[in-house]
Structure formats: structure tokens, C-alpha cells
Design a protein around this ligand. Structure first.
Ligand code: KIV
Ligand code: ZN
Length: 526
């Protein structure tokens, strides 16, 4: 009889490693929204952030710890007392919490980054894990750049971390350098040569620089790993991390081969992927495995013919298994609330009654401008219902004028939350450029435009256009996105979202300066 399948824990690091991807930073409400979706998806651990990185990160970890229950909430810390204490404090309200300490072990990192000898690394790792254990029962240790570390030294560090009290040992392929056979060998080596390794859970954390993060993670599972660290849509540093949806569906689809299970509700994969894509303004490539638009599309006649006869001819998973229940049922302005609600549900979104009412109103307004509404339109409406960075500026009016040979002009009227109504006109190289300049002049915030993209949300000549804007301001990247049938309007709204994010960040900065002053004052009066 085959052995009972083991459970592999899914450790999601979308909010930490994923958020480190350029242009993917999220506000606190956005992180909470993603964390709630991850809890519904059934992940075992949510790595909510790196509290020592910034005050905003610390606050987000605290908010997730307070408000999202079910999964273990983890926070990252370097192996030093300040980081570890900050992480433990941010996690204090989580019913189930984990401090995740890391320290680089490879010769390259020891020499060039840390300037530390092997003995110093060993000591710092042990002290870090011990301090974390004093503050939290559940401690994970990661030897950063493990896959490029000398095997003997890696085994020594891992053994010392286990002895010091780590209950999970995570093996990162930090720079996405390893290949499956070599990585499996590394896991086998550790299992054979590290005393106490049977007492801990082995974990794997792969980056995708050579496109092998999922393959390397799966191979680690075959070699004994029982936790996979991954992110939604594979977002993360550089080329990203192991993609959660791909690795989970590989384990499920090839269950007979891997003989392991996960706690993931796979029907939540598609809506969660869309949510993260919408919040980070990071489009999912059409041909991406599992959640890409083409993942279940059959173009070649011979394939279509086969699938009609029996889906298994060309489909190894069902679209419904990943939460994709596309339909050719097109909604329009005569569709009622009931049909709309059913469609929203079939797409994997559960809205409160008040949210549904608001989105239904927007649906009706859109249906007046557009003949047919596709699933992509409905998704865009639902995802944006509470997604856009709220205020303080909103677009009250936009008027543009453009001719083929000549300068374009734009007049914007903006409303600020403090009651101001400001109007500005500007000229530019096309109506979008003119609108951006008018918004800059009206708000008094000048930015460096780094990237601007418009793509159709659905097919059809009256398709909505989604505009994505990336800018640089004070050495930080900000992004905004918006959807409309009028692409000058969606571009202007996306640009305004960027301005709103900049104002929000400035307000948070001022708040934290005030908080620091108040805290310093309180400390001096103790
Ligand atoms: O890639 C890496 O090594 C990491 C560690 C902090 C786990 O993200
Ligand atoms: Zn990483």
C-alpha cells in the first residue's frame, strides 16, 4: 500500500520577497487585502514583511498580525538583536507567529558583503537563533546564498542553528543559480550529515534567475523539503521567486509522483493571482502557466477538436480547478443585478452587499459606454472597487485637444480632500503628455516618468484600456493604474494615483517623524 502523503507547507512571501521587486511596493491597506486573500487561499505561513526595513514595514507586519488569522504570520530579521526584537514586537498580536532569521553563509557573501570569517558567521547565527527563541517559540533560520556555500560549512551552520533552537531550516537559492540535480544532492547531503536534522522541517526558497525556481523547489521536495517558500505570480527580487500557483498545481496534478499534499484551495488561485496583479500593477504574461490568459486556450484546430472529444487529450488540469470559470456569456446594459452577482461569484470574488451595489452601479455606467462586457471588464471593476490608492486628489474634469501636426493641450480640474478645486491647462506632446503636465502643475508635484503602458483589458473595438504609469520621485518608484474606455482618461487617472501615493507617503513620513518626536518626548519624561 502506498504511504500516506506527507503535507508540504506553503510559506507565502509575496508581502516580503515579492514586495521587494522593483515597483511592487504595497501600501498597508493593500498588504492587508493580499494577506486576507492568502488566508482564504489556505497558505500555511504568510511572511508579512521585514520590520527592520522601514517603519511602514513594521506597521504592516503589526496590522497583518492583528487582523489576519489562520496562517502563521512570519517576519524577517537579520541575525542581530535590533532586527529580531523589532520583528518579535511587530508580531506580538499574532495568535500564531514565527521569527525568520537569516545570515549569508557563502564565501562570496562572507568576503564581499559581510567581511566576516566562518567562525564569526557561526557565532552570529547561533546568537541570532537563540535571541529569536527567547522571544518566539517558532524560529526559522535561513543561510542566505546556501546553494553557493561550501557543503561542509553549510552543514556546520545548519547544525548549529538547529542546536540553538531553530525548528525550520530554509535552504535558499538566493541568486537562482542552482540546477535540479545539484540542489537535490545538497538536500541529501544535509539530511545525511547534519545531526538533529530529523527534528526540524526542511524548507526551500528559490529565485528564478535561470527560470528554474519551480523545478528546483519540486526537486527539493523529492529530496525531503516539506515547506516551499513562494509568491503569487512568482513576483520577487530580480526575475522573481518560485511561483505559488505553478508549484502547487504541479504537486496536485502529479500527486502520484510526488505523494505529498498541500492545504491550498486551488480554486482560489486565479482570483488571488488577479488581485496581486492588479494591486502591484504587474500584468500576468498571457502564456504564464496555470493563471495566464492562454493557459487553457486552444488555438490549433486539431487541439480544439481533441478537447471537444475529451478534455484530457490536451488539458492536464481543468480551468475550474484553478478558479477559472470563463464563460462566453456576455453581459450588457440589460443584465440584471442577479446575473451580475452570479458572474462575479463564478469569477471567484465574494463581495459584501454594499460593495456589490457599488460595483453594480459602475457596471451599469460602463455598460452605457460599451456594448458588451466581458469577464475581463467585470474583473477590472471588482478589483478596482477598493484597490485604487484613495485620495486625496480626484479627477473632477478632463478636457483635451489634439491635432496631428501641432501641440496638444489638456485642461484638468482636480478636487483635493481638503476642499480645494484646482484647474490647470498645459500643452504637451500629445493629449496624455499634456494631461500629465497639467496634473503636475495643479498638484505642485513634478515627477520623472519612467514607464507608461496601455493595454486592452478585453477584446473588441470598444475594449477598455488599462493604463500603467511608473514614475520616480525622491529616489523612489511609484506606480498607478486605471481602466477606462477612454485611454486619455485612464492614463490621467493612473497618473493621479501616482500623485496620491506620493502625497500619502509624504503624509506617513510626517506622521512617523511626529511619532518619533512624541516617543522621544515620552522617553525623556519617564
Ligand atoms: O533569497 C533569499 O535568500 C531570501 C532569504 C532572506 C530567505 O530571501
Ligand atoms: Zn529570496
Amino acid at each position: 500500500m502506498a504511504a500516506e502523503p506527507d503535507k508540504v507547507l506553503i510559506f507565502d512571501t509575496t508581502l516580503r520577497d515579492g514586495e521587494q521587486a522593483p515597483g511592487c511596493s504595497m501600501t498597508r491597506p493593500e498588504k492587508l487585502r493580499v494577506a486576507r486573500a492568502l488566508a482564504e487561499l489556505g497558505v500555511d505561513v504568510i511572511e508579512a514583511g521585514f520590520p527592520a526595513a522601514s517603519k511602514g514595514d513594521w506597521e504592516s507586519v503589526q496590522a497583518v498580525s492583528r487582523e489576519v488569522h489562520g496562517p502563521i504570520i512570519a517576519a524577517l530579521a537579520r541575525c542581530n538583536r535590533e532586527d529580531i526584537e523589532l520583528a518579535a514586537r511587530a508580531l506580538a498580536d499574532a495568535p500564531r507567529r514565527r521569527v525568520h532569521v537569516f545570515l549569508a553563509t557563502s564565501a562570496i557573501h562572507r568576503q564581499y558583503k559581510l567581511n566576516m570569517a566562518e567562525e564569526q558567521i557561526l557565532r552570529a547565527a547561533v546568537e541570532g537563533v537563540q535571541r529569536a527563541r527567547e522571544l518566539c517559540d517558532d524560529v526559522e533560520f535561513s543561510p542566505e546564498d546556501a546553494s553557493r556555500t561550501e557543503l561542509e560549512f553549510l552543514a556546520q551552520v545548519v547544525e548549529a542553528a538547529i542546536e540553538a533552537g531553530a525548528s525550520t531550516v530554509n535552504i535558499p537559492d538566493t541568486v537562482g543559480y542552482t540546477v535540479p540535480d545539484e540542489f537535490a544532492e545538497l538536500f541529501r547531503y544535509l539530511r545525511k550529515n547534519v545531526r538533529g536534522i530529523e527534528r526540524v522541517r526542511l524548507s526551500v526558497h528559490c529565485h528564478d534567475d535561470l527560470g528554474m525556481a519551480v523545478a528546483n523547489s519540486l526537486t527539493a521536495v523529492v529530496a525531503g523539503a516539506r515547506q516551499i517558500e513562494c509568491t503569487i505570480n512568482g513576483i520577487g527580487e530580480r526575475a522573481g521567486n518560485c511561483s505559488l500557483e505553478e508549484v502547487v498545481m504541479a504537486l496536485k496534478t502529479r500527486a502520484a509522483f510526488f505523494n505529498v499534499t498541500t492545504g491550498i484551495q486551488t480554486t482560489r488561485l486565479y482570483p488571488t493571482s488577479r488581485l496581486v496583479s492588479s494591486i502591484t500593477a504587474m500584468p500576468v504574461p498571457r502564456n504564464k502557466a496555470v493563471v495566464g490568459e492562454n493557459a487553457f486556450a486552444h488555438e490549433a484546430g486539431i487541439h480544439q477538436h481533441g478537447v471537444i472529444k475529451h478534455y484530457s487529450t490536451y488539458e492536464i488540469m481543468r480551468p475550474e480547478d484553478v478558479g477559472l470559470s470563463r464563460s462566453h456569456l456576455i453581459l450588457g446594459k440589460h443584465s440584471g443585478r442577479h446575473a451580475f452577482r452570479e458572474r462575479v461569484r463564478a469569477l471567484g470574488f465574494e463581495l459584501e452587499e454594499s460593495e456589490l451595489n457599488q460595483v453594480f452601479e459602475e457596471f451599469k455606467a460602463l455598460a452605457d459606454r460599451k456594448k458588451e462586457l466581458f469577464d475581463g471588464d467585470i474583473e477590472a471593476l471588482v478589483l478596482r472597487a477598493e484597490g485604487a490608492a484613495a485620495g486625496p486628489w480626484s479627477l473632477a474634469e478632463l478636457e483635451t485637444h489634439a491635432v496631428t501636426q501641432g501641440t496638444a493641450s489638456a485642461k484638468v480640474r482636480l478636487r483635493h480632500a481638503d476642499g480645494r478645486l484646482i484647474e490647470h491647462t498645459a500643452e504637451g506632446d500629445g493629449p496624455v503628455d499634456a494631461a500629465f503636465k497639467a496634473i503636475e502643475a495643479a498638484t505642485g508635484i513634478g515627477v520623472m516618468l519612467r514607464k507608461f503602458e496601455v493595454r486592452g483589458v478585453t477584446e473588441g473595438e470598444d475594449a477598455q484600456g488599462e493604463a500603467l504609469v511608473y514614475v520616480e520621485y525622491n529616489q523612489r518608484t511609484y506606480r498607478g493604474s486605471s481602466v477606462s474606455t477612454n485611454i486619455v482618461e485612464s492614463s490621467s487617472k493612473a497618473f493621479l494615483e501616482v500623485i496620491n501615493r506620493i502625497e500619502q507617503a509624504a503624509a506617513a513620513g510626517n506622521r512617523s517623524r511626529e511619532e518619533r518626536t512624541a516617543a522621544a518626548h515620552a522617553a525623556s519624561t519617564l
